[in-house]
Design a protein around this ligand. Structure first.
Ligand code: SF4
Length: 240
């Protein structure tokens, strides 16, 4: 039975790959791509692969689910079926991540990048970081020790678990993607017959258009330091 790393493109699974490869591990590193990850994640993966993995004979296997809705990406599926990911149900993770990986390698043992302080999420699954007592800070140190840039938080750009700071960053740095998420939310709301709110926000409190209006209204209020920070926003590691 082959071991594979369920790679997410973020801090924990990157540290896990480094840790295991330095110990001589030689399994597969597999990324289940929803098709709507943050661009920064795709860029980091290319960077990590060329700067660190390839010289050591490794690569990231990128897979897309094929079993659901004719293999659509998650955003394409949401736009055609008029649904949004819901924090309470996580059907998106179940289909586009877990099931995609299971179908790709049904007999593989999947190693997860769960860190020590999240041990409660382990639930009997193999988590080498937990076994080694490596927490989030330890993961950061593993990556930095290799001279690599720390990856952006990985998630879909339509993820309901994103906090306001992440939505603001998306609006600021990837306005086209923010607008696409906003248009999806409005299309889903538009098809509803009830007046109940249907938002990507997990608390159902605020629409993305309301967030956008707030961010835009705050722009003229930014002081010099905040404006400087905004303008100095670093691009992702590939420079795009
Ligand atoms: S990152 Fe968010 S939207 Fe994407 S699959 Fe996971 S829970 Fe769903």
């Amino acid at each position: 039975m082959e071991d594979l790393i369920s790679y997410g493109g973020g801090i924990n699974s990157t540290a896990l790959a480094i840790l295991l490869i330095k110990q001589g591990w030689s399994g597969s590193i597999v990324f289940a791509d929803t098709g709507c990850e943050w661009p920064d994640t795709y860029c980091f993966m290319d960077y990590f692969e060329s700067a660190w993995l390839a010289p050591r004979g490794h690569r990231i296997e990128r897979i897309r689910q094929k079993h659901k809705a004719g293999g659509k990406s998650l955003i394409e599926y949401c736009e055609s079926a008029l649904v949004i990911p819901l924090a309470a149900m996580r059907w998106c993770t179940a289909e586009w991540k877990v099931e995609a990986l299971r179908r790709y390698a049904p007999d593989a043992r999947m190693l997860l990048g769960i860190s020590a302080e999240e041990a409660h999420r382990q639930k009997g699954r193999p988590c080498p970081l937990v076994d080694a007592g490596i927490d989030r800070q330890g993961c950061i140190e593993i990556i930095q020790a290799e001279g690599l840039t720390i990856p952006h938080k990985s998630s879909c750009y339509i993820c309901p678990f994103q906090q306001d700071a992440q939505w603001r960053e998306l609006w600021q740095r990837h306005p086209d993607l923010f607008d696409r998420a906003m248009q999806l939310e409005e299309a889903v709301q538009g098809k509803r017959t009830s007046h109940k709110k249907c938002t990507i926000d997990p608390d159902g409190e605020i629409y993305l258009r309301q967030r956008k209006l707030r961010y835009e209204s705050q722009l003229p209020l930014l002081d010099d330091a905040a404006m400087e920070e905004l303008l100095a926003y670093k691009p992702c590691v590939c420079g795009l």
